[in-house]
Unconditional design. Structure first.
Length: 491
């Protein structure tokens, strides 16, 4: 068995038994990054020397008997988490020279647990996108290929670098962030598990802000158990984030073996959308059957405002983004392009620093917040967002969790769906409702499309009930027995 076949749980056992050292594991991953990253472009910045230093410290900690489940585990950090002393770009030109003087809470928690950071993973610029093509540092290639085709596919987005790195085994696991699907959709496109926890479960402190009422950090990994191990370390109250929830963090790993016997699983009629790949609808039916066979009760439910999810999201998210991105003015962070006066300097800096998708969102956001349109768009969207939340709270009086597909298609080709932004936005149709409602949702790899690409099923849970999400996801994972591997990977 290759060192790259190890999951976090398996690697931790070997590390504890001294069958493997953290330095050996990290050295193997550093080499794999050097070999495959030039092709995949999954990392914007690789940090092999820092990783090796951390691995040495991890070995010392293992020897001293103070290791955690993550000590010595090499991971990729989405380049949206501020890392002290290590460049953090958010995949934007405007932050190209930015070296944060401080560490995000989530990355600090992982560092304190002893995780080794191999580098900063590529993403869509400011996490705006579903294909990783908006990165100022170039697109990421999905390590998966369609059967009999060499065409380059996207890894999904915005956490596309994290997804490609873990799938191609140039990271054992990764962090992601999810505002409208950016953990779940790329996980589905690359055959990984990934969970967006309840809004407020993980601190947003030190994560470059996109849409603050939606942004959540979460793990992406080879399987459901590895996600639970990571989330155990990433979650928890933080007084540096005013929306962080003062809640105990349960042991997510313990929930994996609960089973689904007696659980009520809702199947929302509104997610049976026309235009969805038929392989995905067939897989959804399989997922329903797997849960029923394991003793769950399947209940048809309705989430009547689902069709407003995308329009509401594409008002609320750009509105918040336009406000959050006002801080990039050439004075405080990153890029500065001198001009004739202050206003001219602002304009030149922002014109040069932001890519076209980011500019589009700033314009939409500014428009929907402007005098005379605020009530018609932003306020209306806020009201409908409440109705979407109510759909979920109503449904959760009848069911314990909800099962849907993660995305309406498998990974698509680099260059496809680019003609018009709305086609790209349709990718998020199954993921944005849970984001708007703030409920936890996980994508589990559950099968392959007819042309050999991974497909995911999404499990949505009640606020702060990630444990049920993990239990249902583990049940699907066990039944699916997904073991396919991408063509491009470290061996
Ligand atoms: N694809 C969605 C967007 O473009 C979601 C992105 C995200 O979750 N960060 O906004």
């Amino acid at each position: 068995m290759s060192i790259f076949d190890l999951t976090i749980a398996a690697a931790a056992k070997k590390l504890a038994a001294k069958d493997l050292s953290a330095v050996e594991l990290t050295t193997a991953y550093n080499k794999a990054v050097a070999a495959l990253n030039p092709r995949l472009n999954a990392y914007i910045t690789a940090t092999p020397d820092l990783a090796l230093e951390q691995a040495k410290a991890a070995d010392a900690r293992i020897a001293a008997g103070t290791a955690t489940a993550l000590t010595g585990i090499p991971i990729a950090m989405k380049d949206l988490f501020c890392t002290a002393g290590v460049r953090t770009t958010a995949a934007s030109r405007i932050l190209e020279p930015f070296i944060p003087p401080y560490e995000s809470t989530v990355s600090a928690k992982l560092r304190d647990a002893g995780a080794v950071v191999l580098g900063k993973a590529n993403l869509d610029e400011f996490a705006m996108g579903s294909s990783n093509i908006t990165s100022a540092y170039g697109p990421v290639e999905n390590p998966w290929k369609r059967n009999g085709s060499d065409a380059k596919l996207v890894p999904g987005g915005s956490s596309g670098g994290s997804a490609a790195a873990v799938a191609a085994r140039i990271a054992l696991a990764a962090t992601g962030t999810d505002t409208g699907g950016s953990i779940r959709q790329p996980a589905a496109f690359t055959g990984l598990a990934g969970i967006k926890p309840t809004y407020g479960r993980c601190s947003r402190y030190g994560i470059v802000a996109f849409a603050s009422s939606l942004d959540q950090a979460g793990p992406m990994a080879r399987n459901v158990e590895d996600c639970a191990i990571l989330l155990n370390a990433m979650a928890g109250f933080d007084d540096k984030d005013s929306t962080s929830a003062p809640r105990e963090v349960p042991n997510f790993t313990a929930a994996l073996s609960r089973g689904v016997k007696g659980l009520k699983i809702g199947i929302p009629a509104e997610y049976r959308l026309e235009g969805t790949n038929p392989d995905i609808l067939a897989l959804w039916d399989k997922g329903i059957a797997w849960l029923r066979e394991q003793g769950a009760e399947i209940i048809d439910i309705s989430l009547p405002h689902t069709k407003y999810g995308l329009p509401v999201y594409y008002i609320v998210a750009p509105a918040e983004a336009s406000s959050n991105l006002a801080r990039y003015d050439g004075v405080r962070f990153g890029l500065r392009v001198e001009g004739e006066d202050l206003i001219d300097m602002y304009e030149r800096t922002r014109a040069a620093g932001f890519g076209s998708e980011v500019k589009r969102r700033i314009m939409i956001g500014t428009y929907v917040l402007s005098h005379g349109y605020y009530d018609a768009y932003y306020l209306k969207a806020q009201k409908v967002r409440n109705l979407i939340l109510k759909d979920f709270t109503d449904a959760f009086t009848k069911v314990d969790a909800i099962l849907t597909p993660t995305a309406p298609s498998a990974a698509f080709g680099l260059g496809e769906k680019m003609d018009d932004p709305v086609t790209m936005y349709l990718n998020d149709v199954f993921t944005v409702p849970a984001s708007l409602a703030g409920v936890p949702a996980m994508s589990v790899p559950a099968g392959l499309s007819a042309d050999g690409l991974p497909l995911g099923l999404q499990v949505i849970g009640k606020h702060f009930d990630e444990e049920t999400v993990f239990a249902v996801s583990a049940a699907i994972e066990n039944a699916a027995g997904f073991s396919a591997l991408p063509e491009v990977r470290a061996k």
